[in-house]
Design a protein around this ligand. Structure first.
Ligand SMILES: C[S@@+](CC[C@H](N)C(=O)[O-])C[C@H]1O[C@@H](n2cnc3c(N)ncnc32)[C@H](O)[C@@H]1O
Length: 255
């Protein structure tokens, strides 16, 4: 079972700022149009080329999709993502073409698009089935999810019990948790697993201490941070290794 501790760690303001920075870097260094996620959206567009980008983040897909002539509505609840999202849209010169709605999904307002996309978002949802069903209500042609196959914060599993004895380590929902839930309600989707090479986990090993202190929720505890620094010194090689990760594109025709 997923522990609530994961949510408080992953969705704290510090963690969201860190996520925004990671996504911004990825958006600037990778060509999203080469991604199987982008290609799956393009493949299923109809005449109006409308896309709902749910949990758009900093616009890693919103910018390239709008630039490819899609009429995109970006839905993104987090304050920390709003300004980097606008920056990305400005960089792609599509600021005026994209409607940005600051809201969580499922949203109060009703939306309609040919394709509803949620890339690496459903793991945050309280109810993944409701999340997917409301994507279906909004889409006329295709629903597309991207989810991690390999967990993103696996290294926290070892570290967590050292700082939070007796507490369950944070666990993020991955493909193996999400897909069976969809199957159980009759969503039989096409699945394509792909692999992405992520750069050094921490380009600067010193940055690992700050990042992990936030993830572990110990940033304000100087003694714990010092202890973490000592532990990481013995693992510095591991911290700079490149990290191939698999993700799945889950794609289905809405009811
Ligand atoms: C890992 S990022 C992915 C961003 C973007 N889709 C991408 O692939 O670059 C996850 C995003 O989902 C957003 N998010 C979290 N819960 C959400 C919800 N219930 N509805 C919509 N977005 C959500 C977060 O604020 C964050 O920006």
């Amino acid at each position: 079972m997923e522990s609530d501790s994961w949510k408080s760690v992953a969705q704290s303001s510090d963690a969201m700022k860190m996520m925004a920075e990671g996504l911004r870097r990825s958006s600037e260094t990778n060509d999203a149009t080469e991604s199987p996620i982008f290609k799956e959206v393009i493949r299923h567009l109809g005449e109006s080329r409308t896309v709902l980008d749910i949990g758009a983040g900093v616009g890693r897909f919103t910018g390239p999709l709008a630039s490819a002539g899609c009429d995109v509505t970006a839905i993104e609840p987090a304050d920390e993502m709003q300004s980097p999202l606008v920056d990305t849209l400005t960089r792609y010169n599509v600021r005026d073409k994209v409607r940005v709605v600051q809201s969580p999904w499922p949203a109060q307002e009703s939306f309609q698009a040919e394709v509803s996309l949620a890339a690496f978002v459903i793991q945050f949802a309280d109810d993944p089935v409701e999340f997917a069903r409301t994507m279906e209500n909004a889409a006329t042609r295709r629903c597309i999810l991207a989810v991690h196959v390999d967990p993103m914060m696996a290294f926290l599993q070892d570290l967590w019990p050292l700082f939070h004895p007796g507490q369950a380590a944070p666990k993020m929902r991955v493909f193996a948790d999400i897909y069976p839930q969809l199957l159980a309600v009759g969503i039989v989707a096409d699945v394509r697993v792909f692999s992405e090479q992520h750069g050094p986990r921490f380009a600067d090993p010193k940055a690992a201490v700050d990042m992990l202190a936030v993830r572990l929720g110990i940033r304000d505890d100087a003694a714990a941070v010092a202890r973490l620094r000592d532990i990481l010194q013995t693992r510095s090689q591991d911290m700079v290794q490149t990290d191939p990760r698999r993700a799945a594109v889950i794609s289905w025709q809405p009811r």
